[in-house]
Design a protein around this ligand. Structure first.
Ligand SMILES: [Zn+2]
Length: 270
């Protein structure tokens, strides 16, 4: 090989790759790699069970699949109190993260690289009660599989642990300083914070809310509980608190009450 040709075809790409890895942009490889390795037929078959995915157009389904594929390849799934994490667990748990963020430029929840899965609700020795899930700012998301399935099997009760935990992770990711910080549109986020304050004031004055009490447990719980109602009881949500509902539509760039066409048109998809 001519020295110049060798230089261009071997050395330059090597330094580009090394530079990207060094500066923490290794996710770009997963991003490119996913085009070489689309979601397998088995995984796609599992996705067909996922209600949100089923309602998408063909083009949107394709984007959704790619996002799920990348999410799976970026995470380490760890079985707890069981032997292995099944393919179904990986696909459906990843799909709940993609559902929540589908209107946004791709979000990988980069700071949460481990997903721990328990087969059933698990006992926490820290606060001595059973848990269905939790998000640890040190970088992991925990999900009880039976509770996760229950969440999607009861699609209108306003309880969905998958969406709830992903919402915790998303709001933490938004304020962490890494390549995914400031995920939300700045104005939409400021507006969301304002309507949240108003809602807490109403709650303090004793005004009854359609949201379950846990939403007002503290400021961290409010967003995840709203997310559960947003996807599971959107009609009621919009009727009871139109300004809060609209603020969430803006924040997530999707509206569960409207046709999903809007999602793809307005989302910044590579
Ligand atoms: Zn919570």
């Amino acid at each position: 090989m001519e020295p110049m040709v060798f230089y261009v075809f071997m050395i330059v790409p090597f330094f580009v790759v090394a530079g990207l890895v060094f500066y923490g942009y290794s996710h770009i490889f997963f991003f490119l790699f996913s085009y070489l390795r689309p979601l397998s037929a088995e995984r796609r078959k599992i996705l067909e069970k996922f209600p949100y995915y089923r309602k998408l157009s063909l083009k949107q389904k394709h984007v959704f699949e790619n996002r799920v594929q990348r999410f799976i390849s970026l995470k380490e799934f760890i079985p707890k109190q069981m032997d292995e994490v099944t393919r179904e667990m990986k696909v459906l748990i990843s799909a709940s993260a993609v559902q929540l963020t589908f209107g946004l430029p791709e979000v990988q929840l980069a700071d949460f690289d481990k997903i721990l899965i328990y087969p059933k609700k698990y006992f926490s020795r820290i606060n001595r009660r059973y848990h269905t899930g939790e998000v640890n700012p040190r970088g992991f998301i925990v999900i009880a599989w039976d509770a996760f399935i229950e969440g999607y099997n009861n699609p209108t009760d306003g309880q969905n642990v998958g969406l709830h935990e992903m919402a915790h992770a998303l709001s933490l990711e938004n304020i962490k300083s890494n390549y995914e910080e400031n995920i939300f549109d700045k104005e939409a986020y400021e507006n969301w914070k304002k309507v949240t304050e108003d809602e807490f004031k109403k709650n303090k004055r004793g005004l009854k809310s359609f949201l379950r009490n846990y939403a007002f447990h503290d400021k961290e719980e409010f967003f995840p509980v709203c997310i559960e109602y947003f996807f599971e009881r959107p009609e009621e949500f919009k009727e009871e608190r139109p300004e809060l509902y609209e603020a969430l539509c803006r924040l997530l760039n999707q509206d569960p009450l409207k046709k999903t066409d809007r999602i793809l048109k307005e989302a910044a998809i590579y």
